[in-house]
Design a protein around this ligand. Structure first.
Ligand code: 13P
Ligand code: SF4
Length: 363
């Protein structure tokens, strides 16, 4: 997906960290409560320090939906900003500081592929009994498809509740784009590998036989997060060997063989809550993005918080949002110019809102 971010003016690229801080502070003060800055947990420190609200993708969607600010600057990735635009009123504007901040997982399911899969599945089973569920990490077009076909959005913090809702309405789910979140949640609900098939959008009929589609309860889209897929059972074993009394907590985008040997699994917000609540002296190995892990370690000097992966694993697209881009956005807003506005066309937004609202109502 091509989203071109024009180079920033020199004023921002050559400014010192202190000068950028002063620009952001002054613009924020001028805009007052007309501006809301939202920050995902994976954002850099130089960005997150300005967030009026931080959270996982579910919490940030709620903040956006409840906000009355004229301008919402979303320090996160493109699908989050799109969801914020869908959940805010037409009078509100959502800004993404760098247009190249996408999500490689969200890009793994495009509308044509999903429509093709749906049609193919309809050829072998009663599609009225198939409920499409999309992870928040997907485009507005995919959320709209789901809204139109009786499904809902889920995030890593409510996938189980949303799937329980889906199984009260149908016999099967088509879950996209993250196979791991779908599989991990299915196992958590008591299903096993025999109930699941992986739909590969790059192969004829998903690489499956008719019987697979008929037998499966979960049709899991073959998508993944390149950051979380790096964590392996060996990382967990190495952590346990070094810290026999330590606790392992991982994000549900990790592969099932990692999740099943972890002590805890949860969204970024749940990981944060777990570390916050752990007693002093705790040793915690975390399987998620490195900026969040480093901030948890810095914020809890009385605990040992380490990444399970000794090699750095940043989310390169979250990393694109930095102090220069944030300063440029808020200074532009302060002088009445809206840059990098994210808008979803009205028809797509209306259908996507149905799927997002179902999630908000379920949870
Ligand atoms: P959370 O909803 O847990 O914050 O996850 C979003 C995400 O993109 C994780 O990779
Ligand atoms: Fe997407 Fe993975 Fe980055 Fe999350 S960590 S935004 S799923 S690429």
């Amino acid at each position: 997906m091509l989203r071109l971010q024009a180079p920033l003016p020199d004023r921002y690229t050559t400014a010192s960290p202190d000068a950028l801080r002063e620009m952001i502070r002054a613009a924020k003060a001028e805009l007052g409560d007309r501006l809301l800055i939202l920050g995902h947990h994976y954002q850099r420190d130089e960005v997150i320090e300005w967030a009026d609200a931080r959270g996982d993708s579910f919490k940030l969607a709620r903040f956006a939906a409840d906000s009355r600010a004229t301008d919402v600057v979303f320090c996160g990735v493109h699908f989050m900003a799109e969801s914020a635009d869908i959940l805010t009123s037409d009078a509100q504007r959502v800004v993404l500081p760098d247009l190249n901040a996408g999500c490689s997982m969200a890009d793994m399911a495009d509308l044509d592929q999903v429509e093709e899969a749906w049609e193919a599945i309809a050829g072998v089973t009663d599609v009225e009994r198939v409920v499409p569920i999309t992870y928040m990490n997907s485009s507005a077009a995919i959320k709209a498809f789901v809204g139109e076909h009786g499904g809902a959005v889920c995030t890593s913090s409510n996938a189980r509740a949303v799937l329980e809702w889906a199984f009260a309405r149908g016999d099967k789910v088509l879950f996209f784009p993250d196979q791991h979140l779908g599989r991990n949640t299915g196992f958590d609900m008591g299903y096993d590998e025999r109930d699941m098939r992986v739909w590969n959008p790059h192969r004829e009929f998903g690489g499956l036989e008719d019987a697979d589609v008929k037998e499966a309860t979960f049709l899991l889209w073959r998508g993944w997060c390149s950051v979380h897929q790096r964590f392996t059972p060996e990382h967990v074993a190495d952590f346990r060997a070094a810290h026999p009394d330590g606790t392992v907590i991982v994000h549900p985008e990790c592969a099932h063989e990692v999740v099943e040997i972890a002590d805890r699994v949860g969204s970024t917000e749940r990981i944060l809550d777990f570390v916050d609540a752990a007693p002093a002296g705790s040793v915690i190995g975390v399987g998620t993005e490195i900026h969040m892990v480093q901030r948890l370690a810095a914020d809890h000097p009385d605990k040992t918080v380490v990444s399970l992966d000794p090699l750095i694993c940043p989310c390169s697209t979250m990393f694109r949002i930095d102090a220069p881009h944030l300063a440029w956005c808020v200074e532009s807003l302060a002088r009445g110019e809206v840059v990098n506005r994210i808008t979803v066309d009205p028809v797509t937004a209306a259908n996507a809102r149905v799927a997002l609202q179902r999630m908000l109502d379920i949870t």
